[in-house]
Each structure stands twice: as structure tokens, then as C-alpha cells.
Design a binder for this molecule. Sequence first.
Ligand code: KIV
Ligand code: ZN
Length: 512
Amino acid sequence: MENTVLFFDTTLRDGEQTPGVSFHLNEKVEFARHLEALGVDMIEAGFAGASVGDYEAVRAVSKAVSTGVCSLARCVEADIVAAAKALKRAVKPRIHVFIATSPLHREAKLNMTRKQVLEAAVKSITLAKSFCEDIEFSCEDATRTEPDFLREICEAAIQAGATTLNIPDTVGYATVDEYGEMIGDIYQNVIRGRNIVLSAHCHNDLGLATATTLEAVRCGARQVECSINGLGERAGNASLEEIVMGLRTRSDIYQLKDNLNTSEIYRISRLAASLSGVEVPPNKAVVGANAFVHQSGIHQHGVLRNRETYEVMKPEDLGIPQGGMVLGKLSGRHALREHAMELGFDLTDRELNAAFEKFKELADRKKDITDRDIMALCREQMHGASGMYQIHSFQIFSGNRMTSTATVSLKMGDLIVTRADCGEGPIEACFHAVDQITGLHCTLESYQLKAVTEGEDALGEATVRVKNKDMVMLGKGVSTDIIEASCFGYINAVNRLIEAQKQSDVPSSDIE
Ligand code: KIV
Ligand code: ZN
């Protein structure tokens, strides 16, 4: 059996199925470059047959990186052809064909018999193989499939040309032992002695995704499918950072290698949170803010004597900044860039300049600038703050027994445009006035406001999701004034929406 575990990252495909999350083309490309730096073996860039946006994303990622890139495809000719075309420029392309195999899915969803499912799989793998040497086949809902049928369809998939066989626990239903036994069964009876990779793909519905994945590795799987921060459909997928740190921390048990550069983990985790708008819970394993924080005096004492008393991993192995640099009023642009990089934000010159302006303003208002403040300023930049429209000024007239009105002035280059409108409260009035200027009538999908740090001088961070013409976009805004933070968040979302709409207007003749 091979002694290297291959990492297949599906943040851009299954991760994008996280409720409310959608990545845009340039974000997918940026994220894929970070995945390449992290050293993943395969990037699932999307589902080319599902939409023009996904097709373009698979195509763009294929061009941008030289690591493996794959597209998902149903057992449908059009999906497989779209995947093959989108992957044309990939250095290491893979088509990932799947069909549901469990009786429940066969009957309730596909209305197909076992024989029909098997024939569809064989036909589709054969077609995919005519385009691409590297074919993965997944039995959706494998863990609720009859074991004999699972073996039969896996054998047929190999005969048809599949090179990787994936056994998904699609609904996170399997117990750890059950999943291990299932993987062991396929390994012993189908894979053993053949040059085929067995793969695990686990969902987290019962909070077991990392455990089931690790057990699969122990029982013969040599590819793990996972996502950064565990993003994914419903409760998410197994998280990459947990799996790799599990394998490495307990290398005494697993005794396996991998190709990852774990010092990129913190950076890419921050990027995934920024791009998806799904913040990492503080108590999340490996990358949560509290993962290396010790509250109890006894623990603090122990850690001071020897970190290993209460830490099983080293934060530096994950690229977590070690707090060497403190920023203050006199810090320069260069220090801000370096610090932002340490915190996982690779800002463009334009974003850096804008973040630096806000950093200086903040340093005048607030004594201690923390990493959480810097991260909020960076997040704001990554979410549209240097886009087409900038706030010049706003004025609000509001009270508890009146309709709120707002007068907002936005800058577009050298031009300043002012409009007024009203709303249920001051924030809605501002958003309506912004719509008057941009001419885009957006619906507010969600709005959240939180304090970035404790204390009266804390920054407020607004996270705003807006929708226009079926496109949903996230914006973030920060300020010590919560109305200003909300306006920034809204305008930033609108800026990103305009940018994304321009991109999706690329003529479809560009699709080969
Ligand atoms: O969870 C699942 O079954 C999947 C397959 C499409 C691989 O995501
Ligand atoms: Zn999945």
C-alpha cells in the first residue's frame, strides 16, 4: 500500500455548496493559487456542467495552477463534455464522475434500478476516459448502499477506466467503525494489488467527518477529500487542517506522509473565511482563535514550563503568527503589509493604501490596535472597499417616531454624486440612498453587525449580503461608528456585485 496520503480539496465545489456562499471567478483563482502553495494534490474547481460561471471557474483555475484540477460531472453526457472542455488547459486534469448508488437515492431521486445505475456509471466513465486519463468515480450515498452492490459497481468502474474510487459518506451517517469497515472491505476485495486510489469523502452531519476520514485512512484510503475550515453542504465536509494535523500529530499510529506545507494553513483558513463570509468559530479545532489560548491558571503555568503540557501541535507549524510585531500610531505601510501577510491577507497595492488610511484613522481614535482590528481592516479591503464607489459623506435624520432619512454622497473617481432617500431606520435609509446613486436596486439578503474587540472604542464590523439579478454578494465594512460600518459594508457589497456582473457579461462565445 502507498505510504502517502493525497489531499483532494473541494472547498471550491462542495465548499461552495455551503448555504449562502458563492465564490466569484477571480476569488476562485486566488484561492486555487493558495491551495497550490499549500501543496494539495487535487483541486476540485467546480462542476463545469452546472452553470456558465462554474465552467469558467474550472477553466480559469486550470490555466492558473499546475497542480491537479478536476471538475465534477453527473453521469450525463453534457456534464462530462463540459468538464473535459473546461479542463483542456489543466496540466493534470481529472474528470470526477458520480452517481447515487443507495436504494433510497436510486428509488426516490433517480428512479433507476441497480442495473441501470451500473450501466450509466460504466457508460459515463467510458466517455470521460475518452477525454482524460485520470478519472475519479464516486458512489454518492455509498454508506447507505448495499455492500455487494458497492463492490460490484466499484469493480465495474475500474474495468471502465476509473483510476480513483471515492466512497462518500454523503450525509454524514456512518459511525467511525462502520466507515472503516466499508473502506477496508472495498480495499481488500476490489482495490488490493491494483494501481487504483481509494478515497474518503465525509460530511459532518453528526460531527464525525474528521474521525471517519482518519479511520478510512487507517483502513486503506489514500486520498482524502476535504475543505478548508470544513466548509461544505449542510454541516460541511471534513476539514483539511484537522485531517492533516491528525495524521501528523499521531504519526505514531498512521505512519504516513503527505505533500502539504502546513505553514500555509492559517493563511488559507483566513482567506476561506474572508471569501466565504463564514467566520471560523473560536473553538474550531486547529484554526479557531482559541485553539492555542489557555484560560486556566494551571494550564498557563504548565504551558509556560513546557508547551507540550497542554498543546499537541505547534502554532508555528500552522503558520499562526507568533505575535512578534505590534503595530501602533507610528507604524508604516510596509509594517502593515508584513503584518497583514502574517495574518493571512495578501493585499494589492490599492487595498494596502486604503487599509493604511483607515489604520491611521483608527490609531488616532484607539489606543491599542489588535490583530483582530487589523484583520477586520483587511477583510473590509478584500470585500470591495477599493471598488468603483467610495463614501464621501452621509447625513442622517432619524428618531423613534419618524421615518428616517439619509443624504449620502458617493465618490466615483473625481465625481461626487449626492442623493437622499428614506427607510425604516437610519441604516435602511442610507442603503436606499446608495441605490439611488448606483441605480442598482439590491435586496438585502442578510445583515450582521459585531464588535471586533471589547471596549467602548471597539471597531464595529458589518457583514452585508445583497442580491441583484440572482447574484448574491457579500460586503464588509468597519468603523468605530456602526452606521458608517454598515454603509461601508453595503457599498462594498455593491462594488463587488458590479465587478462580478461585469465579469459574467463576458461573451459566452468565449466558451469553447
Ligand atoms: O457528498 C457527496 O456524495 C459528494 C459527491 C458528489 C462526491 O459530494
Ligand atoms: Zn460531498
